[in-house]
Design a protein around this ligand. Sequence first.
Ligand code: AMP
Length: 399
Amino acid sequence: MKILVINCGSSSLKYQLFDMETENVIAKGIVERIGIEGSMLVQKVEGKDKFILNKPMENHKIAISFVLDTLIDKENGVIKSMDEIAAVGHRVVHGGEKYSESILIDKKVKDSINECSKIAPLHNPPNIVGIEACEELMPSTPMVAVFDTAFHQTMKKDVFLYALPYELYEKHGIRKYGFHGTSHKYVSEEAAKYMGRNISDLRIITCHLGNGASLCAIKNGESIDTTMGFTPLEGVVMGTRSGSIDPAIPLYLMSELKLTIDEVGNILNKKSGVLGISQISSDFRDIETAYKNGDERAILAFNIYHNSIKKQIGAFIAELGGVDAIVFTAGVGENGPITRELILKDLEFFGIKIDKKKNEVRGEFKEISTDDSNVKVFVIPTNEELVIARDTLDLVKNK
Ligand code: AMP
């Protein structure tokens, strides 16, 4: 059975076609600059040259039709017809409180995703556009929604509620939701598998450190707390996002600097984080280079970034009552030995020790703790697409 996984952003979309007998990726690709001049589709198939298609793609429906055409193309394609695609799994960022699991998409589900657009205005609208484009192009193929928030629905009320007037939760759904759930779930399960332990006996802290970053405290295989909140802006310092700050700062910016809501949102989401402090880049490779060259601002940005994550690990150890494993994943977590070292520095007190040599790894599964470390530390490449494909298969298999 073949499953297509789609991850739709506002002007781009990523896709992977899986053969679920083997869980191998048959083809994967990205379409960039949808609706902007210079639209481009790039598809990679193992053992073949990269296929690049430069064509105007005014909207997501056109982009997806090019994806499907490319997949079935006689020369560059990998399947004979669209009928070979048994189902499509869509990454959906916000599922609100309704969805603690993936679900087959129908009108009601789409209404709920639309409803959540209020609290995820940057993410849910393009997700819906992707779903509807696929529905139009593949009307008889089942569609599944896999939510970034679903894994965190196990958080208890005393963790997910903010100390705000209770009616803001009841009437407006203002609470912590958490994101990157698919990734936290996947890497924690992989860690337990590698340790040969049942995940229900483990306390794991997963650090998803990419452009966006969040940590998750996982007990008995369930998310008990996470750093992102009502939106993906809360929590640790990120590439361009501030993470948690004094909530009075936006009020001050509006009252004293007379900034508009959009301007404040732009500062907090796009101009802050390591970019804001360093004024160099949001790309951690650039920061790493400047840090090594002794650039003062890069050092400051790195110190603030690492400290915000270190503090959170300490907090989660307290919440979990200890920790058995710490996992690093996503762009920076998988590829940043300095980041991992600086985050875990001074945590030996908790029995966390990493081996500098083993930590020299980039982008592959590796245990990086010393043999006498009480806590196992791993680098585990995340694979959100595979989780989406597995969930999609489960739902259509049982249909
Ligand atoms: P993601 O959001 O998971 O795609 O991660 C993107 C981030 O990972 C970017 O800021 C990249 O700079 C960072 N990244 C990718 N490769 C490396 C690398 N080799 N070393 C350090 N950071 C990296």
